[in-house]
Design a binder for this molecule. Structure first.
Ligand code: PEP
Ligand code: MG
Length: 398
């Protein structure tokens, strides 16, 4: 992907990983075209307008426009406006931190480690264990994480344990031996269900060892973790027990978050709150599973974009409920799905409901901070005016 000037795919929705990674790398990307690989011929020159999702035949940009396009893609590093709500950044490619480190973020709210595993390690963890090469996995993962943690220290870095699906794990070297074929990997052997399974737990333990190395041996105590695709409380309990055995246990300076991606975590927010320090809303999966829409399929959204929309009232109501119940139990709530990076009004909704932090793509950090600062001021003004009205009825003119 890093070599490409633009990316056009046949399948995929706006929250698929091709879209997320290309955005992080600053590469224009159009997903779900349906027929790009048959319509576009090898060697053909095209111009990609990713803002409007159009691919033109030929080179339509003059030299001046090309310069402009690069400038538009450049990330603005506006000054830091303090906000009560923390503004975090999502990151997957550790090397990109050098480019983004001066953006006004308070920490990393989601570090996806799948890119380190696929790119830098490239081999299935169980395949490495079979060959007694565990150290390769631990060291490379720990190095990738520490590269980011060091750069942003002492701001927090929330590492999400791996969330590959079985079809993605199969693509790693040696993966076909260990990964079953699933008809619906999106709702299959993913996240915590893998970590606690005897068939994968040894692989998960390598991830825990990498976290321990970064925190204990290299002293980067700003590294916390987050569990993806959490379905039930009992699996979280089992997972925390494995982590404890590996020497990483929840404590004052080591926070463990749960991703809120499955409606069960919203319904059972009370119970889940007791098992974690905070939640991070994975709005890509939460929208998919609340509305029952495959996030990677362009078919329904092509018929009506409302089929996959994080602003759907059912999704918003879930998030608002989670914030309320989590706060009642002393747990924090963040969000790290694509939603707030795409829809500024979502940040307004979240701030009004008291979310603790919003984690967005690098290109959205600066403007999200501005929006959040504005909403916070507006909320204070509204409250002051309400208090005044109640206290001094004589001053009411309307
Ligand atoms: C999400 O589901 O919103 C999320 C952040 O995780 P991913 O996109 O990697 O599934
Ligand atoms: Mg997810």
């Amino acid at each position: 992907m890093r070599k490409a000037r633009a990316i056009v795919t046949n399948s995929g929705g706006i929250t698929c990983h091709a879209a997320i990674v290309s955005r992080e790398l600053g590469i224009p990307c159009v997903v779900g075209s349906g027929n790009a690989t048959t319509v576009i011929k090898t060697g053909q020159v095209v111009t990609v307008d990713a803002t409007h999702g159009v691919v033109y035949e030929g080179d339509l940009l003059g030299a001046e426009e090309k310069k402009e396009a690069v400038q538009v893609a450049a990330i603005s590093t506006v000054s830091y406006t303090p906000t009560g709500t923390k503004i975090y950044m999502n990151l997957g490619e550790p090397g990109m931190i050098e480019k983004y480190k001066d953006l006004p973020f308070d920490g990393i709210g989601l570090m996806r480690i799948e890119f380190i595993i696929a790119d830098v390690i490239g081999e299935h963890p169980l395949y490495l264990i079979e060959r007694h090469e565990e150290e390769k996995f631990i060291d490379r993962l720990a190095s990738g994480i520490s590269r980011v943690a060091r750069e942003i220290y002492p701001r927090p870095l929330v590492v999400r344990f791996s969330d590959f699906k079985t079809n993605e794990y199969r693509q790693l070297k040696g993966g076909d031996k260990y990964e079953p074929q699933e008809s619906n990997p999106m709702i299959g052997w993913r996240g915590v269900s893998r970590y606690i399974s005897p068939l994968y737990a040894p692989g998960f333990r390598l991830e825990c060892k990498a976290i321990k190395r970064v925190r204990e041996e290299w002293g980067l105590k700003n590294v916390y973790v987050m569990l993806p695709f959490v379905r039930t409380t009992w699996e979280v309990e089992k997972c925390l027990a494995i982590m404890k055995e590996e020497g990483i246990e929840r404590g004052r300076d080591f926070k463990v978050w749960l991703m809120a991606e499955i409606p069960s975590i919203v319904f059972m927010a009370d119970e889940f709150s007791k098992l974690c320090d905070g939640f991070s809303v994975g709005s890509n999966d939460l929208t998919q599973l609340t509305l029952g829409v495959d996030r990677d399929s362009p078919i329904l959204p092509a018929q009506d974009p409302r089929y996959f929309d994080e602003r759907d009232p059912a999704v918003l109501r879930s998030i608002a409920h989670l914030i309320k119940v989590a706060h009642r139990n002393g747990a924090t709530v963040s969000i790290c799905g694509q939603g707030p990076s795409v829809y500024p009004e979502l940040s307004e909704f979240l701030v009004r409901h008291g979310i603790d932090s919003v984690s967005v793509n690098p290109d959205a950090v600066a403007w999200t901070r501005k929006i959040v600062a504005g909403v916070e001021r507006k909320v204070i003004m509204e409250r002051t005016m309400k208090d005044q009205k109640e206290g001094e009825p004589g001053l009411e003119f309307d």
